[in-house]
Design a protein around this ligand. Structure first.
Ligand code: HEC
Ligand code: HEC
Length: 233
């Protein structure tokens, strides 16, 4: 009797184990940190949400589908004081390198945010689209797409996806560069751009990327390797 039940179970376990391994099964430690918290570290999901799409109340960004090395670099930036946030700073300081690598790998493999907000103000959305795709060269503002890729889908570990982030977060980051509270961007690339944008342009480009959504990636199977940005050459 026991044997009859045992054999199919082993077969099923082998099947599940095999298919999950391809998708990059998160480590038990990563799963614990992200969904339950551990060692006095609050669960990542308590702020970034279980689906990783971020949270308006806590002003937490979406992490799902972001490049894992980009995320790891940002956690180190919080720990080093290059970025400042009273919620994220203590978490970043408490994480060791293994925990950083494993939690960012988990989020990189989650499906990207797909609940895009339609633009409330069409005029603002049009201005945002212009800045994103053409820039404003008379004021040395390059198109955001030149670095962040077509549709703001991100390019490798250096240029994070903007599609998938909410307006409040994009605005907060551009303002953080303007006020010297976010540093650590390679060659100060973002600081210069943020300083040349007007307050209305910041609002517009943030609304534009919030409205884009990430449809192709969101529809892809969860097993798709998240480290391959669509905009990559
Ligand atoms: C108490 C709330 C809170 C918890 C818990 C938390 N975070 Fe955050 N996290 C934030 C906030 C808020 C920000 C945005 C800070 C800012 O605006 O600069 C952030 C930013 C980040 C970023 C930067 C993303 C980007 O696009 O640059 C990463 C990566 C990150 N968190 C990873 C994690 C991981 C991994 C965990 C769990 C180990 C975690 N966070 C736990 C609140 C939290
Ligand atoms: C010359 C290349 C370049 C251009 C052009 C550029 N960016 Fe960036 N951007 C970067 C880099 C590099 C980073 C990552 C900074 C870091 O590692 O801290 C970044 C990061 C960001 C972030 C932070 C995302 C996050 O997850 O925290 C926002 C928001 C952003 N850029 C908005 C824009 C907007 C809006 C435009 C167009 C007006 C733009 N960028 C144009 C290079 C660029």
């Amino acid at each position: 009797m026991k044997l009859v039940f045992f054999l199919p179970l082993v077969a099923a376990a082998a099947l599940v184990g095999g298919s999950v391994a391809v998708a990059g099964d998160p480590s038990p430690e990563a799963t614990r940190l992200v969904y339950q918290g551990a060692d006095g570290i609050a669960s990542c999901a308590s702020c970034h949400q279980p689906n990783g799409w971020g949270d308006f109340e806590r002003k937490a960004p979406s992490l799902s589908g972001l490049d894992p090395e980009y995320m790891a670099a940002q956690i180190r930036n919080f720990a080093a004081g290059n970025r400042k946030n009273e919620l994220m700073d203590p978490i970043a300081k408490a994480l060791n390198e293994t925990q950083i690598a494993e939690t960012t790998a988990l989020y990189a493999n989650l499906p990207k945010r797909s609940d895009a907000s339609p633009p409330a103000d069409p005029e603002l959305a049009a201005l945002g689209a212009r800045i994103a795709t053409r820039g404003a060269w008379d004021r040395e503002i390059p198109a955001c797409e030149q670095c962040h890729g077509p549709g703001g889908q991100g390019v490798d570990k250096n240029f994070p996806a903007l599609a998938g982030q909410r307006s409040f977060y994009i605005q907060a980051q551009l303002n953080a560069w303007r006020s010297f509270s976010r540093k650590g961007d390679p060659n100060g690339m973002m600081k210069g751009i943020a300083e040349r944008l007007s307050a209305r342009e910041i609002e517009a480009v943030a609304a534009y990327y919030d409205s884009l959504g990430t449809a192709p990636a969101a529809e892809a199977p969860a097993a798709a390797p998240a480290a391959q940005p669509e905009g990559a050459p």
